[in-house]
Write a protein that binds this ligand. Structure first.
Ligand code: PLP
Length: 391
């Protein structure tokens, strides 16, 4: 092994870079999770999470990655034999649907081209057709991390309202919360799945569901088997979360990451994500000349501000380019997921990131394209700099 010098430029779309002050906040001796000192930190963390979610609803937390929160959300809101309507977006919408099915829930899909995202008229039609209200919940991934496209949640809410459909609206915000505009209560969302390791700039380790009053009512009737994830059991626990040991150090980290988010200002955090994402897109558009790599997403209005997926030209493998970026330049990029493996690479630009970090990553990609003989237009980094200097 050769020593890689300097800090790694970590440009995966999650987990993400952890600010030094968050790392330091977690570096502390063990504390009893029932100690009043910890309880205060925990309560502040939950209150802060609600501010980021923009909700007054309930929040239940689990020692689990995002998959745990997916599972908990389904188990606590649905019953065996229920039907859910899944808005296809990519690898993660498929994963959530498969999970629902394994838990005993039927699913119907509003199919979509992964490069364009779901068509709202198809959603409206599916809701209109469901005259008996067999569909108990609509499942949407706000930001499809695999494709770099986001779903306009207000349009989804509007489609449900226009159809007068009572289904719960359940949303995965794992790669959007703290990075993209999101308003749980204003947008009428009943269940929100989130995790620690992306926009919240923490290590992987906890995930959560935020629940509306309508969701809490649905929970009373939901009969899917559950124990570790059971909200009713959690409500009897001191933290009203965690059926088991609480990952205390993550909450000292959360206290600090929330302080950083609120010091910058949530609106400014979101604006910064947009500024950096647009720089990445401009770089890719420059590379796309000369039959080079192009933006995977085809609808500019849906391109994600937290991750950019880039489609390689035919005959060129994204993983070969990623390997050079990692081995030569110590830059870690995301790969293509599922059927996109080898065809796509992903630039994560969410969490604790600034202009030079992004430019360093873009520079390493441009060099790696050259080193792997991938045809491309020159000047991607220049295009990004032009935008960032003016923005
Ligand atoms: N949903 C989305 C949109 C994701 O990006 C991910 C992971 O990247 C997941 C769900 C699954 O979360 P986890 O890997 O933390 O279990």
């Amino acid at each position: 092994m050769t020593r890689k010098t300097g800090r790694q430029f970590f440009a995966n779309p999650g987990p993400t870079n952890i600010p030094d002050s968050v790392l330091r906040a977690m570096d502390r001796a063990t504390i009893d999770f029932n100690d009043p000192e910890f309880t205060a930190v925990f309560d502040q963390g939950v209150a802060g999470l609600k501010r980021v979610l923009r909700t007054q609803g309930e929040v239940f937390l689990y020692t689990a990655s995002g998959h745990g929160a997916w599972e908990a959300t389904l188990q606590n809101l649905l019953s065996r034999g229920d039907t859910v309507l899944v808005l296809e977006s990519g690898w993660f919408s498929e994963g959530w649907a498969v999970m629902a099915n394994k838990l005993g829930v039927q699913y119907q899909t509003v199919s979509a081209d992964w490069r364009r995202g779901v068509d709202m008229t198809a959603l409206q039609a599916a809701l209109k057709q469901d005259t008996t209200h067999k569909i108990k919940a609509v499942l949407a991934v706000h930001n499809e991390t695999a494709t770099g496209l986001s779903t306009p949640l207000q349009d989804v809410r509007a489609a449900l309202d226009a159809a007068g459909h009572p289904a719960l609206l359940l949303v995965d915000t794992i790669s959007s919360l703290g990075s993209l505009e999101f308003r749980m209560d204003d947008w009428g969302i009943d269940g929100v799945v989130g995790g620690s390791q992306k926009g919240l700039m923490l290590p992987t380790g906890f995930s959560f569901t935020a629940v509306s009053a309508k969701g809490m009512e649905a929970h009373k009737a939901a009969d899917l088997s559950r124990h570790y994830f059971d909200w009713s059991v959690m409500m009897t626990r001191p933290q009203r979360s965690f059926v088991g040991t609480v990952p205390t150090s993550l909450f000292y980290g959360l206290q600090e990451s929330l302080r950083l988010i609120e010091l910058e200002g949530l609106d400014q955090v979101i604006a910064r994500h947009h500024r950096l994402a647009e720089a990445a897109r401009r770089a890719v558009r420059a590379w796309s000349g000369n039959n080079g790599p192009q933006l995977f997403g085809l609808d500019p209005a849906r391109l994600s501000d937290s991750v950019t997926a880039v489609l390689m030209p035919d005959g060129h493998n994204a993983n070969a380019m990623r390997k050079i970026a990692l081995d030569r330049f110590n830059v870690s990029l995301g790969g293509g997921l599922g059927k996109l493996d080898g065809q796509v690479f992903r630039i994560g630009h969410l969490g604790d990131l600034n202009e030079p970090m992004l430019l360093g990553t873009l520079g390493a990609i441009e060099m790696s394209l050259r080193l792997t003989d991938v045809p491309h237009g020159r000047g991607g980094v220049d295009a990004a700099m032009d935008w960032l200097a003016a923005a």
